[in-house]
Design a protein around this ligand. Structure first.
Ligand SMILES: [Zn+2]
Length: 302
């Protein structure tokens, strides 16, 4: 590819993601940008969409503030797909014009814009919640995972919520927190609601949630996990060297993929991108992306 990447390695925030979404749409006219909701502080949550086929797949990233690099990885994937579609050249051996003919792709690179702003720029970006965010560790490097109200979006979905609340209480998490508080009730947060509404209105065949880190693929949640999910996860693992894994402890309920599997009875996956300590440094971006690219393409095409 001879075109300069728009998605170069950089620390990203809500403004950067908005600019990149606009730039990708301007360069690749077959992409569209659709708002799906707003954060607690009113920042728009936007999706990038491609195609109108019957097989619809969702990729969502940056549920957790300090995992902002996942948004950039999601956008790089969009950019490489856009370039492959524009030129007709293969990407990782795939002819995407043909492979994506029956697909509709929806990317939500920044599920938790307020959380990313806090993780990158500190508590002062949290508006009326700045004091609470500061008291709960919003200015400690690498700590902030939640949204502006201190609710962990990936603990706020309606899947095993009572068990999750019990587990949180046992760990002493009973209110707004940098991480792992599921909120007062399921889907109490507008960021969670935006994804729920999107999935309830678009019949996705499967969904993929990007997190960091661990190089792991989670595919299972309860009795409604479709039988094909394990094989799909195994294929993603085989092309990447990632490990197929099962969650435990506080990560066992309330997540996006948990809710999607439990409610829609379709495959849902959590991909833990990269290895190291969050936030993964920008210097790891190219290597994390290269290792995950085939996994992500398979996740879209399988
Ligand atoms: Zn995460």
């Amino acid at each position: 590819m001879c075109v300069t990447h728009l998605t170069r390695p950089q620390v990203i925030d809500h403004g950067t993601v908005s600019q990149l979404l606009n730039s990708l749409c301007a360069r690749y006219r077959f992409f569209g940008v659709v708002p799906i909701g707003c954060s607690v502080l009113g920042r728009p949550i936007r999706s990038l969409t491609f195609g109108d086929g019957p097989d619809r797949v969702l990729v969502a990233a940056a549920f957790h503030g300090q995992e902002w690099l996942t948004a950039l990885i999601c956008l790089r994937l969009c950019e490489e797909i856009g370039e492959a579609l524009r030129t007709g050249l293969p990407l990782s051996g795939w002819n995407l014009r043909r492979a994506l003919r029956d697909r509709q792709l929806v990317f939500v690179p920044l599920v938790n814009p307020d959380g990313v702003e806090i993780a990158v720029h500190g508590s002062a970006t949290a508006g009326e919640y700045a004091g609470s965010v500061r008291r709960n560790g919003g200015d400690v490097h690498g700590q902030w995972q939640a949204n502006a109200r201190g609710v962990d979006i990936n603990h706020n979905f309606n899947a095993g919520f009572a068990e999750l609340q019990q587990a949180e209480r046992e760990k002493g998490i009973i209110g707004p927190s940098a991480r792992q508080w599921g909120g007062p009730y399921p889907v109490s947060e507008p960021e969670t609601e935006a994804l729920v509404n999107l999935c309830d209105s678009v019949a996705f065949r499967h969904v993929v949630a990007l997190h960091s880190q661990g190089e792991e693929i989670y595919w299972h949640y309860g009795e409604h996990t479709p039988p094909e999910s394990r094989l799909m996860a195994s294929v993603m693992a085989a092309v990447s060297g990632y490990t197929v894994a099962a969650p435990s402890g506080l990560a066992a309920h309330g997540g996006f993929k948990d809710w999607f599997i439990d409610t829609h009875h379709k495959p849902g996956f959590t991909i833990e991108l990269g290895k190291g300590t969050n936030p993964l440094p920008v210097t790891t971006f190219e290597s994390v992306y290269q290792k995950a690219r085939d996994l992500l393409l398979v996740a879209l095409l399988i």
